[in-house]
Structure formats: structure tokens, C-alpha cells
Design a protein. Structure first.
Length: 187
């Protein structure tokens, strides 16, 4: 545990980051929540949808302070969750990815005890889910990049690897944004 904290501190110092006072402040300062959609994030969800051949892909930011997941990008999402761009955390599979800080692979959601009891999932007919964590400053998980299918499917190890690579790109974007924000605030 102490080794992880030391490694995170060394990483922050190397890239010029200092921890934000409050995590909710971080999400807002980086415009990850309560902000309009951005093409740069939409490119990632389009890429995931194409590469994984899924109808729905999300960049979901977990905002525990407001008990919600905020969709920074949502391709293929319909209805109220799409209009509001958020759902309560009780309705979020992505929160499990962020909580555990590792990929979540669900081949058949209705039969999977990890997710079958999550009420009113934001995607009607959700059958398969593959989510990977995305990280912000200090390597803290801030959300998930996910691929969602409406048919049962067996995700391959290669699918997880590709999603991890794309998720790392999203994380790099967020950390770059954090570095720019810090430099701006130092002026």
C-alpha cells in the first residue's frame, strides 16, 4: 500500500501534478461532469463501437459526490439517460469497474450475479458489457470506457486488450488536461 502511494506521488511530481483539494472539484475543473459533449471523447466512443461491433459505447464518469454516473460521451444511448446524460449510481454497471479498478467482462448480463440485480440499466436489452477503468490525476479511477451489446456475446481476451489500450488513451487525455489546468492555475 505504501509502495503504491509512493509510486503515485513520484508520478505526480514527474508530470508536475499536485492533488486537487477535492475530487468533485477535479471532475468539474477538468470539465468531465456537467459539461457539454466533446468531439475528442466522442471519437473514442465511435472507435469502440466500430472496433467492438457494438451498438452502444460510453465514457462514463463516476461522480460519487452527486450519486451519479455522468456520460461524457454516449454513442447509441436512447431515452431519458441520453437526454439527461446521467443515471443514478444504483443503475450503473460502470461504477463496478471504477470501484474495482479493473476490467469487467459480462457475457450474459441477465445471468451474471454481479450485474443482474442492477435496476433499470441505461441500455434497454443490455445483454453483454465490457468496461475498462479510465484514470485521472494520480492514477485515480474516475470512470469507465465501455462497450455494450444487446445480444449475448463471448468477449475475447483480445477485446479486453484493445479496450484497455483505448481506455489508456482516454486516461492520457484526462491527465494531459489536468496538467494543463494546473499550469493555467499556477499563472
Amino acid at each position: 500500500m505504501a509502495g503504491n502511494r509512493m509510486a503515485e506521488r513520484a508520478t505526480r511530481e514527474r508530470i508536475g501534478e499536485r492533488p486537487f483539494r477535492d475530487f468533485a472539484e477535479t471532475l468539474h475543473a477538468l470539465e468531465l461532469v456537467d459539461s457539454p459533449p466533446e468531439e475528442v471523447f466522442d471519437k473514442f466512443t465511435r472507435l469502440v463501437a466500430r472496433v467492438m461491433a457494438v451498438p452502444v459505447s460510453l465514457v462514463s464518469i463516476i461522480d460519487e459526490g452527486h450519486d451519479r454516473q455522468f456520460f461524457k460521451s454516449a454513442l447509441g444511448l436512447r431515452g431519458d439517460p441520453a437526454a439527461r446524460r446521467e443515471t443514478p449510481l444504483s443503475h450503473s454497471i460502470c461504477r463496478l469497474v471504477t470501484r474495482d479498478n479493473r476490467p469487467l467482462v459480462v457475457d450474459h448480463a441477465p445471468g451474471d450475479p454481479r450485474v443482474c440485480d442492477i435496476p433499470a440499466r441505461p441500455v434497454p436489452g443490455l445483454r453483454a458489457y465490457l468496461g475498462v477503468p479510465i484514470h485521472g490525476p494520480g492514477a485515480r479511477p474516475v470512470g469507465a470506457l465501455c462497450a455494450i451489446d444487446t445480444v449475448r456475446r463471448s468477449w475475447r481476451e483480445e477485446d479486453v486488450d484493445v479496450m484497455m489500450d483505448i481506455g489508456a488513451c482516454v486516461s492520457d487525455l484526462i491527465r494531459l488536461r489536468a496538467m494543463i489546468e494546473r499550469r493555467f492555475r499556477q499563472r
